[in-house]
Design a protein around this ligand. Structure first.
Ligand code: HEC
Ligand code: HEC
Ligand code: HEC
Length: 192
């Protein structure tokens, strides 16, 4: 059951993975330091992990106590974290009941983010039908940010990073949605 839940959670996350850049990923194997250096220490994927309890423990505790990039993604880079192996990976150090709870929370968190995205997209679609593209810049920009923040939520869930689930995730996404609504109201008011 635990394996299944994690499989569902991580499978859903992997299926939605949006390529952030066009560049072709290199072939591994790599060590953690290489993953970090190439993705960039300030990238959301590295920052999220670094700020998670795991990332902190890897820096300050005994080696092997908490997982780094390779433990979860494998050394052959550019495979998304293997959903089927995750139950096993996390189960080495955490109890099944704990992992079930995390999986359920993670699914909910992503689902709520997607709900907000659908709400924003519905408004944007109306605006695209009604107004010429050059007047939609503000809404399009906010929608672009919203997608970045939704990715942060997915990363925050995958990397168990409260910072990316929250600061860089849900509240930021709420702000985008509010701004999209505001921009939509502005358009309507200006067209009266
Ligand atoms: C030499 C540069 C480089 C190294 C080293 C590297 N990556 Fe990447 N990685 C990339 C690029 C380029 C991409 C594709 C563009 C993107 O998604 O940002 C990518 C994409 C990814 C993706 C997304 C794959 C997908 O299916 O969407 C994951 C996950 C990933 N890398 C993890 C890792 C891990 C874990 C390591 C270390 C084991 C690693 N990378 C090492 C450059 C690198
Ligand atoms: C505790 C396990 C774990 C660790 C440690 C970990 N990851 Fe991840 N990572 C995941 C999971 C789970 C996901 C979400 C599933 C997915 O989108 O592939 C994810 C997602 C990603 C993605 C996003 C892929 C996308 O499509 O947007 C990248 C890139 C990535 N990790 C790179 C890294 C790098 C680099 C490190 C080390 C600095 C690292 N991860 C450490 C489990 C882990
Ligand atoms: C190599 C062992 C190891 C693996 C593998 C591992 N963790 Fe951890 N994890 C730890 C340790 C150690 C802590 C710190 C526990 C503490 O607070 O004392 C921790 C903390 C956490 C926390 C934070 C708990 C808190 O109280 O803040 C979460 C969430 C978490 N792990 C989830 C996962 C998930 C999900 C996976 C698999 C994707 C995973 N872990 C894999 C060792 C591991």
């Amino acid at each position: 059951m635990r394996g299944l839940l994690l499989f569902l959670l991580l499978g859903a996350l992997a299926a939605q993975a949006a390529p952030s850049k066009q560049s072709k990923p290199p072939a591994g194997p790599f060590k953690d330091a290489q993953c970090v250096a190439c993705h960039g220490p300030d990238s959301p994927e590295v920052q999220g992990w670094r700020l998670s309890k795991h990332g902190v423990l890897v820096r300050i505790s005994t080696p092997g106590r908490a997982p780094g990039c390779v433990d979860c993604h494998g050394a052959q880079a550019h495979r998304p974290a293997n959903p089927e192996a995750m139950g096993e990976v996390c189960g080495k150090c955490h109890s099944p009941r704990y992992l079930d709870t995390l999986a359920a929370n993670g699914r909910r968190m992503v689902a709520v983010g997607e709900m907000k995205q659908r709400e924003a997209l519905a408004l944007l679609a109306q605006a695209r039908r009604r107004f010429p593209a050059e007047r939609l810049q503000a809404m399009e920009d906010h929608y672009h940010h919203l997608q970045t923040h939704l990715r942060n939520i997915r990363l925050g869930v995958g990397h168990q990073s409260p910072d990316h689930q929250w600061w860089h995730g849900h509240p930021a996404l709420d702000g985008d949605l509010l701004r999209i609504k505001g921009a939509w109201d502005d358009l309507l008011r200006a067209s009266k």
